[in-house]
Design a protein around this ligand. Sequence first.
Ligand code: MN
Length: 328
Amino acid sequence: MSDISLTSPEIDYQKSDELMRKLIEEVGEYMTIPKEEIEKTLMETYLFAREAHHGQMRKSGDPYITHPIQAAFLLLHLKPDLTSLQSCILHDVIEDTIFEKAEIEKRFGHDVAVICEWLSKLSAIKYRGEERTVESLRKMLIAMVEDLRVIIVKLADRLHNMQTLEHHPDPKKRERIALETLNIYAPIADRLGIFRMKEMLETECFRVLHPEEFLKITHELKDLKDEQEFFINEARTIIREMIPESVPIIDISYRIKAPYSIFKKLQRKEYSYSHAWDLYDLFAIRIITDTIPRCYEVLWFLHNVFVPMPKRFKDYIALPKENGYQSL
Ligand code: MN
């Protein structure tokens, strides 16, 4: 393979070049290695991937390279290392361009090449109903054992594809891809404890698979926004006042139930809920302290003021959730 040219006047890369500069800047904020090194490594990777995909377009009309870059942005909250980011930028090169593993290995080293090769193998996975899912999951598991970074990149790739699924012209295909995401990728993200990615994946699937319910629930959530903000501010103040200063409170954060979780709960026959605001756990406050005994101590202060609802209190420290999640 002769060396590729790095000038491509006929396609406008202004948008992806800008995205790349922003990515490098954000990576520089959490990595401890010198900024020049980050920039050099990521720029080299980007320019190679950009040229490799040159002439290929996404269904949205953007140059193909915007896809792996946007996927890399979706990884940033996990503070990925350079190898993960490079693998993400290059993740479709083996599958979709003339370049092979050896070329990636020569330019970017063994780890990046192995991860990219795995991503090419995994791109063959297709969801064809429940039974075949097991087979796909088995393949993923083997990849995971080899290098967990394969799966992390795969999740980001899938999330960006889901976010741009509206550009797919065939509704049957959109549905197949959404089912595959819901049954294979979201459970993996859940098992790995990457809850933010799991929620984002499920939200996109929900939008495709149940468009009417999706609109209903997202509108209801929008209407509750003011109430929500008032609630979190009040709750924060009250909790601070209730817990003595001798107990270290590392963080008091807040979450609102994700649209797909709300939908699943509304579907359950044993409750007769029909709106988001009917749910008891629509808003939740998360208090982080330093040790397990402290968790129980904080709870003791809270239960002195707020009596728990019978049968609704759960001790996930003594009985962790299936994915290993622990809390009170
Ligand atoms: Mn991709």
